[in-house]
Each structure stands twice: as structure tokens, then as C-alpha cells.
Design a protein around this ligand. Structure first.
Ligand code: SIN
Ligand code: FE2
Length: 213
């Protein structure tokens, strides 16, 4: 039988202009993606970064790529060095690069070569409050976001912080993409519900691919 090349079209949920959830797009590779996350976390451990306000984020994070997103008391920014290890962030695995590029292509974006991959880890109760991804210099490239493990509720707002938000369920293998006029839309994740996933246990992981420079 021929592979169903357009299966993702049927599982596509539009969020707005040039923004969508591609249901199950990464499902086939999910176990390999998780193996890579495990490997990366031995090179750059997950950590709860401090916010500029001095609190610790409930999401645990690490980065891969030539640049990594960090938060500390002096603010949010991208750095080539992991402040915790003093070493460069590990490179983005080829499997990740290939997936990010296929997603962008499926959405009609031009060639997408991310230089940063932020990996978030959520435990039950962990949330990510409404924010824009705006620390990147390049706002032409989309954000590609891959969900693994426990399901989450994605908040999708507008270009103003107080615009109304819609809620979407993100499950294992789903990919959300936003670019073009939606690139700076406010988004977030509500407090993760308790659960047990066969591959990740009581956790959810999210990979976001960004082009910073
Ligand atoms: C993010 O906004 O950086 C991550 C969103 C998610 O965890 O799905
Ligand atoms: Fe974000």
C-alpha cells in the first residue's frame, strides 16, 4: 500500500494564519525523539531556571543547538554556553533537524534551519504562563513545537496579552507550528494534569525549534 502522504492534512487544526496543530505528525519518531532527549539530558541536565523576578520556573529546561534560551535574574536571552556546565550546548540531533524541516515544509514555510531547540519538561502541576517567543532576532522563521508524553492544554491567544485565549489539547506526537502573522501570538500551557504515559511516565516533554539568528 502507498503511504498516506496527506494523512496530516486530515488531522490538521488551524489556529490562525500560518499557524496549526498537525495531529500525530511526529508520532512515528516519538520513541527515538525521547531517546535523544534522554541522551541530551546527560550532556546538559534539566534545570529549573530562575526568572528575572527571582522565582524558579516550574518547567525544567535544557537546550540543544548553537544557542540556548536562558532565564536568570538579569533577564531572558540566548547564550552559546550552558551556564550550568560551562560548555557549549549539545548540538541539535539530526533526527530533530530533519523533523523540524519536514514540519515547516508541510506548512509551506521556506527552508527552516533552526539554531536552537529548547526542551521543556513538565510534571503534574507544572504550567507555562502566557508569553510570546520574542527573544529571537529572526521573526521570519516559524516556531515548531513537538509534544511528547502526557497530554497538555495549549492556550492560544492573540498578539496582545489580554486577547481572549482558545484551548487546544496537545497529545503525544502532535506538532504545533506558528509563523508569519502568528509568529508573536501569546501562548502557554495550563497546569499539567496527573497521568501515566507508557513512554514518559508522569511527565510531558516539549521540543521547540527556533531560528534565533
Ligand atoms: C513553549 O511555549 O515554549 C512551549 C509550549 C509547550 O510546551 O507546548
Ligand atoms: Fe513559547
Amino acid at each position: 500500500m502507498l503511504p498516506d502522504l496527506f494523512a496530516f492534512e486530515r488531522r490538521r487544526t488551524d489556529l490562525g494564519p500560518e499557524a496549526a496543530i498537525l495531529g500525530g505528525f511526529a508520532l512515528d519518531q516519538a520513541d527515538m525523539l525521547l531517546e535523544q532527549v534522554e541522551h541530551l539530558s546527560r550532556l546538559a541536565p534539566f534545570r529549573h531556571m530562575q526568572t528575572p523576578g527571582g522565582r524558579h520556573m516550574s518547567v525544567a529546561m535544557l537546550n540543544a543547538g548553537s544557542l540556548g534560551w536562558i532565564s536568570d535574574p538579569s533577564g531572558y536571552r540566548y547564550t552559546p554556553i550552558d551556564p550550568q556546565t560551562g560548555l557549549a550546548w549539545p548540538p541539535i540531533p539530526p533526527l530533530f533537524m530533519e523533523l523540524a524541516s519536514r514540519v515547516a515544509q508541510a506548512m509551506g514555510f521556506s527552508a527552516f534551519v533552526p539554531d536552537a531547540c529548547l526542551i521543556n519538561r513538565y510534571a503534574p502541576g507544572t504550567r507555562l504562563s502566557l508569553h510570546q517567543d520574542r527573544d529571537e532576532q529572526d521573526h521570519n522563521a516559524p516556531i515548531v513545537s513537538v509534544s511528547l508524553g502526557l497530554p497538555a492544554t495549549f492556550l492560544w491567544g492573540g498578539l496582545q496579552r489580554n486577547d481572549p485565549t482558545a484551548r487546544y489539547r496537545l497529545t503525544h506526537g502532535d506538532v504545533a507550528v506558528w509563523g508569519g502573522p502568528s509568529r508573536l501570538v501569546f501562548h502557554g500551557i495550563t497546569a499539567l494534569k496527573e497521568g501515566m504515559h507508557p513512554l514518559t511516565g508522569a511527565l510531558r516533554y516539549n521540543l521547540t525549534f527556533r531560528k534565533v539568528r
